[in-house]
Design a protein around this ligand. Structure first.
Ligand SMILES: C[S@@+](CC[C@H](N)C(=O)[O-])C[C@H]1O[C@@H](n2cnc3c(N)ncnc32)[C@H](O)[C@@H]1O
Length: 291
């Protein structure tokens, strides 16, 4: 993973201007594609249920929060607008954070001192240099964990657990095996693999994270090109490196619980747009806390 670095928010906003970095155009479905082909950020959309809960905590005076995979900062801007005073935005792509800083500088200039930026990919031990143990009230993982493999998710959740205060919360939203982009036999095969995984965990108690089902390093191999042409589907999905971890409620539950979290709620939530819409279980939302 890319080594984490602290970025100065004022300098980053200025660099965005000098480097000509600004929000890319919004597509007709309200999404803005990422600069590094890691999916898209929703702009001006209704926030996901996990994000809404995170914003509530983030905008409570005196709280310290971290938004991992913040992209161009739609959630961050909303939280700052509502009064957030200590907001750290992270992204693996520094240009996203520069654009985020530019947006804050242009729309909410008095809030720049309340914004910290850390570029770099989670998990990485160097994040611990910037984020003290037991320092955070809440962490947001909105559409980012599915870029990691299950071993990396395990490491990331252990890091996040250590950064949260006791009682601190994590809110996560991930893509699942239930996306219409996947061939039906792939979805059915993954569903069977998850059943076997659940049985193994029941009998053995634990499983090696690398054996948790759902990850692929070549996602387009599993696409159903009968729903739309290959180029359209690959462009829509926008995962250039092909890595994608298809979560399931059971695998998400296992990963958060083995990291030490208490799950307060875990539910499937729908994506209602083509080419993802399938059965209302396209994403899984996790609300968890550190005991
Ligand atoms: C699909 S976008 C989601 C953006 C935003 N959270 C939202 O929901 O609108 C995923 C973002 O996560 C970032 N990302 C991907 N892998 C990451 C990692 N390992 N660590 C930090 N950020 C990462 C990408 O650069 C991208 O900006």
């Amino acid at each position: 993973m890319y080594e984490p670095r602290l970025l100065d928010s004022v300098q980053s906003s200025q660099e965005a201007i000098s480097e000509g970095l600004e929000l890319p155009e919004t597509s007709p479905d309200g999404r803005i594609v990422t600069l590094n082909n890691h999916g898209a950020m929703k702009l001006g959309a209704v926030f996901a249920i996990t994000t809404t809960k995170f914003i509530e905590i983030a905008s409570t005076p005196g709280t310290t929060v971290l938004d991992i995979g913040a992209a161009y900062g739609e959630t961050c801007l909303e939280a700052l607008r509502r009064g957030a005073t200590d907001y750290t935005a992270n992204d693996i792509e520094p240009r996203h954070l520069k654009i985020l800083a530019r947006r804050v500088a242009e729309d909410l200039p008095s809030k720049l001192p309340n914004l910290k930026l850390i570029s770099g990919g989670i998990p990485h031990p160097k994040f611990n240099d910037f984020i003290p143990t037991s320092s955070l009230d809440a962490v947001l993982l909105d559409s980012i964990l599915h870029f990691l493999d299950p071993v990396q998710v395990t490491e990331a959740l252990h890091q996040i657990f250590s950064w949260l205060k006791p009682g601190g919360k994590v809110f996560a939203l991930m893509g699942t095996i239930n996306l219409a982009v996947f061939k039906s036999e792939v979805r059915e095969g993954l569903e069977r693999d998850v059943k076997t995984f659940v049985e193994t965990v029941k009998t053995q108690g634990q499983i090696d994270p690398k054996d948790i089902p759902g990850f692929t390093s070549n996602v387009s191999e599993d696409f159903d090109f009968s729903i739309c042409p290959k180029e359209t589907l690959e462009a829509q999905f926008n995962f250039s490196d092909g890595r994608f971890f298809r979560f399931h409620l059971e695998t998400a539950k296992y990963l958060f619980e083995t990291a030490g979290f208490i799950i307060e709620e875990i539910v499937y939530t729908p994506i209602n747009t083509f080419p993802y819409k399938l059965n209302g279980k396209e994403r899984v939302a996790v609300f968890a806390k550190k005991p």
